[in-house]
Ligand binder design. Structure first.
Ligand code: AMP
Length: 220
C-alpha cells in the first residue's frame, strides 16, 4: 500500500526478486487493457486519465481472475490493490476460498509534497516497465532505458503523472484508500515504512526485515 508515487512499483520489483513470487499490479493490468483497447480498457481509460479509481466490482473481478492463475498459487505480491475497504473485504473472501490469507501489508509512507515532486519527474520504460526519476535515478543516456534488452527505448511520462491529475490521485488516496490502514492495522498485519528521504535500497532493507518474519508464508 501507499499513495501515488510512494514507491510501490519500485519496491514491488525488489520484493518480487527476493521472494520469487509474481508481482500483480492492478494499475499495470489496467494500463495493458487500455493499450490493447479491450472493453475493460475503454470503460476505465477516462477514470485513470482523471486520477479516479476504477470501479470496485471490475477491479475485484480482474484480481480474482489473476489470482486463479497457476503462478499465484504459492502466493503473490499485490501492488496497488486493495485501494478501498470494499476491495479489501473482497480480497479476504478470494484468498480464504483459495485457503490462503493476507499475511503482510506494507504501507509506504511519503508526504504529499514529496509525491508531487517525485511523480512530475517520473519516467517509465514502455518496454520493460523500469521506473526512473529524472532527479534521483536518471537513466545513463538522457531519455533512454538502461536495459540492453530494450535497445534504447524512449522513456515516457505516464498520462496520469501530470500535476492536476496527481493532486486528484492524492485526494482519492486520502479519502478511499487511507481507511485501509485501520482495517489492516486491526488485523495486526500492517507494517509502515517511511519512504521519504531514503534511497530505494534503504527502504527495501526495512521491508526485507519484515519479509523475513515467520508469519510471512508466501514464497515458501
Ligand atoms: P497505479 O499504477 O497503482 O498507480 O494505478 C494507476 C491507476 O489505475 C490508479 O490511479 C487508478 O485509476 C487505477 N487503479 C489501480 N489499482 C486500482 C484499484 N485497486 N482500484 C481502483 N483503481 C485502481
Amino acid at each position: 500500500m501507499g499513495g501515488p508515487g510512494a514507491g510501490k512499483g519500485t519496491q514491488s520489483a525488489k520484493i518480487e526478486r527476493a521472494l520469487g513470487i509474481p508481482h500483480v499490479s492492478t494499475g499495470e493490468i489496467f494500463r495493458q487493457h487500455i493499450e490493447q483497447q479491450t472493453d475493460v480498457g475503454r470503460e476505465i481509460k477516462h477514470l485513470l486519465d482523471d486520477g479516479h479509481l476504477a470501479p470496485d466490482e471490475l477491479t475485484v473481478r480482474v484480481v480474482r481472475e489473476r489470482l486463479a492463475d497457476a503462478d499465484c498459487q504459492q502466493g503473490c505480491l499485490l501492488d496497488g490493490f486493495p485501494r478501498s475497504v470494499a476491495q479489501a473485504k473482497a480480497l479476504d473472501e478470494i484468498v480464504e476460498l483459495q485457503g490462503g490469507r493476507v499475511d503482510l501489508v506494507i504501507n509506504l509512507e511519503v508526504s504529499d509534497d514529496e509525491v508531487v515532486s517525485r511523480l512530475t519527474s517520473r519516467r517509465v520504460c514502455p518496454v520493460c516497465g523500469a521506473i526512473y526519476n529524472l532527479e534521483y535515478n536518471p537513466p545513463s543516456v538522457d531519455g533512454q532505458c538502461d536495459n540492453p534488452a530494450c535497445e534504447g527505448a524512449r522513456l515516457i511520462q505516464r498520462d496520469d503523472d501530470r500535476e492536476d491529475v496527481i493532486r486528484e490521485r492524492i485526494r482519492v488516496y486520502h479519502r478511499k484508500t487511507e481507511p485501509l490502514l485501520q482495517f489492516y492495522g486491526a488485523k495486526g498485519v500492517l507494517k509502515t515504512v517511511r519512504g521519504e528521504g531514503k534511497t530505494p535500497d534503504a527502504v527495501f532493507a526495512k521491508i526485507e526485515s519484515y519479509l523475513a518474519s515467520p508469519d510471512v508464508a508466501c514464497g515458501t
